[in-house]
Write a protein that binds this ligand. Structure first.
Ligand code: FAD
Length: 309
């Protein structure tokens, strides 16, 4: 099989999410990449070094500068004349483009795969991760999104892909880039952080959330996450949300502070290697998935823990 992987990047470097997708694609067959953007020579050069990559198709055009899905989808469809499957990370970016590609190719999308069982069979989570479905497709052209936490990341060095320019498909004229507001943080990004400290509704206010969670996260060099209740209450920004409708994470260590452990939250973090929970209710469901639990008042425990660290 010849596979195509859409490279997610920020205009300067390849995003980590792409690496797990390369691993998934390599289990299907030959791996080619598509780098779409404007002024993306450095991204293409970096992509060509990813282990296991054969060809890197580069589409350098103003139409792809902001990865507008309406412009990128026809480009991917054009390349699919010569590929059997296209894989995207199941990130906001990938999930924006993939369905459009599937619609244009008139095939079913296979979403959020956890494993490749064979050329046409995959597993994927259903019911917020409470069951795993094995799905088989009869489509000749496959459009797949990949859950990044389910696959090892391909090595960023060791590959020697050939870079080839491809004909651009131009501006579809149906959407226009207006502007973006991008949150910047010194902390590691949630989906790639090795340690995550998450706060819940129990923190009580935005001030208390930052006063307690941030110093602990800084001590541990951790990313900061939050439950949906904390986000909805305005204690933490939207992009902190972990869970079914937030980010799916699987760090080495996940510290859940004042989070009850609702199934929608667990859906986003239960694959973490070590889960540490701090909660005053010893019957809180979070303790059912926790490896280490501290029963007590977070307003006492967290400052003490931060100080001792
Ligand atoms: P609560 O459930 O209110 O829990 C607070 C916890 O803090 C309690 O366990 C309490 O014992 C403890 N506590 C209180 N005071 C203290 C203290 N002083 N010291 C120590 N512990 C204390 N939720 C998500 O997180 N992510 C999602 O993506 C998500 N998606 C959803 C999608 C749908 C369709 C629906 C219906 C819900 C979704 N939810 C999601 C919401 C989810 O069901 C829960 O409501 C939410 O996770 C609860 O957040 P919480 O644990 O912070 O708050």
């Amino acid at each position: 099989m010849k596979t195509l992987v859409w490279v997610e990047h920020d205009g300067a470097t390849v995003k980590d999410a792409t690496l797990a997708v390369v691993t998934a694609a390599s289990q299907l067959g030959e791996v080619h990449l598509i780098v779409a953007g404007q002024g993306v020579d450095a991204v293409a050069a970096e992509a060509a070094k990813i282990a296991g990559v054969g060809k890197v198709h580069v589409a350098d055009d103003a139409a792809y500068a902001h990865a507008l899905a309406e412009n990128v989808a026809p480009l991917v469809v054009q390349l699919m004349a010569d590929h059997d499957a296209v894989l995207f990370p199941a990130t906001s970016g990938g999930k924006n483009i993939a369905p459009r590609v599937a619609a244009l190719l008139d095939v079913m999308q296979i979403s959020d795969i956890l494993s490749v069982e064979s050329e046409d069979t995959f597993t994927r989570p259903i019911y917020a991760g409470n069951a795993i479905a094995t799905v088989q497709t009869k489509d000749a052209k496959k459009v797949i999104t990949v859950r990044g936490t389910a696959f090892e990341k391909a090595a960023t060095e060791g590959g020697s892909g050939t870079i080839e320019a491809v004909a651009t498909t131009g501006d579809s004229g149906v959407s226009t880039y207006v502007g973006s507001e991008i949150a910047t943080s010194e902390r590691p990004e949630l989906t790639s952080a090795k340690i995550i400290v998450s706060g819940g509704r129990a923190l009580g206010s935005g001030e208390q959330f930052h006063a307690l969670i941030d110093p602990l996260a800084d001590k541990l060099g951790a990313g900061v996450g939050a439950s949906r209740a904390a986000v909805d209450a305005g204690y933490a920004p939207n992009d902190y949300q972990v869970g079914q409708t937030g980010k799916i994470v699987a760090p080495e260590v996940y510290v859940a502070i004042g989070i009850s452990g609702a199934i929608q939250h667990l859906a986003g973090m239960k694959d973490s290697k070590t889960i540490i929970a701090i909660n005053k209710d010893e019957d809180a469901p979070i303790f059912q998935v926790a490896d280490l639990g501290l029963v007590g008042d977070l307003f006492k425990i967290v400052p003490e823990l931060t100080e001792k660290l």
